[in-house]
Design a protein around this ligand. Structure first.
Ligand code: NAD
Length: 260
């Protein structure tokens, strides 16, 4: 039997990049997957790809930083499928500036998507998980949940904050059989990273090749990007493990960039 047979999984930010691959991973393991993303059209297109591959998926419109939209989206999934077993809080954005000139509006935007989004989706799903006395939440952290890089103050602060949220949810969720963990990837070549390469080259005054080699992958053990499959594997493991011992943890998947 597949690992997530008949379970219901919500993945935020799953119309693109890492989230989309994670959604496919759960669907391959028998789950019904809700693709929650800003743009309904894009979410539906991603869901259709899963259906074409023989899985079960639905697309829902959700701005994770909008309380009403999150509550409505989670309720729609619960109404359609009757349960919520796993939340993958993955939606994220990146905006780079030096701290000294970081526009406050950009700071708030980054924190809203990562931190408010993680909190709001958690709260909406926990209600159903507690009622079922079962559930797992996996947050998308980053190596930047563990260390800092220049120009990324808002992202680094948000990703560190997610580890704190996961630990608090693990403490409170235990009495209801709900586990919470974080996956912390190194650089993965998604649109989010493709956008940063020229931006960082401009800000740091170096070439794009140098950004990849001397900034992004400098401290990996093998000079390799982390892959979508690497991250999906870790998410499926943390969501699916039967041991209650694995909660409140953050697992770094980064080709050795950060070792803990
Ligand atoms: P991506 O840009 O390819 O995908 C992000 C998705 O999130 C998009 O579909 C976007 O529409 C959606 N999104 C953005 N704001 C949203 C909002 N307010 N509500 C709902 N959806 C929203 O990016 P990605 O690289 O796949 O990143 C996914 C997650 O992985 C992020 O949390 C990111 O911080 C994290 N991460 C990425 C890397 C990397 O190297 N790519 C490394 C570590 C962590």
């Amino acid at each position: 039997m597949s690992r997530f047979q008949d379970q219901v999984v919500i993945v935020t930010g799953a119309a693109s990049g890492i989230g989309r691959e994670i959604a496919h991973g759960f669907a391959r393991e028998g789950a019904r997957v809700a693709i929650a993303d800003l743009n309904l059209e894009a979410a539906r297109t991603a869901a259709a790809k899963i259906s074409d591959a023989g899985g079960i998926a639905m697309g829902i419109a959700m701005d994770v930083s909008d309380e009403a939209a999150v509550n409505a989206g989670v309720e729609a999934v619960h109404a359609a499928w009757g349960r919520i077993d796993v939340l993958v809080s993955n939606a994220g954005i990146q905006i780079v500036h030096p701290v000294v000139s970081f526009p406050y509006a950009d700071w708030r935007k980054v924190l809203a998507v990562h931190l408010d989004g993680a909190f709001l989706t958690t709260r909406a799903c926990l209600k159903h998980m507690y009622a079922a006395n079962s559930g797992a939440i996996v947050y998308m952290g980053s190596v930047h949940s563990k260390l800092a890089s220049p120009l990324k103050a808002a992202y680094v602060a948000a990703k560190h904050g997610i580890v704190g949220l996961a630990r608090a949810v693990a403490k409170e969720g235990a009495a209801h059989n709900v586990r919470a963990n974080v996956v912390c990837p190194g650089f993965v070549r998604t649109p989010l990273v493709e956008k940063q390469i020229p931006e960082q080259a401009r800000e740091l005054g170096i070439s794009e090749e140098e950004v990849v080699k001397n900034v992004m992958l400098k401290d990996t053990v093998d000079g390799e990007f982390t892959t979508l499959e690497d991250v999906t594997e870790a998410v499926l493991f943390l969501a699916g493990t039967k041991t209650k011992a694995l909660t409140g943890q953050s697992l770094v998947v980064s080709h050795g960039w950060f070792m803990q």
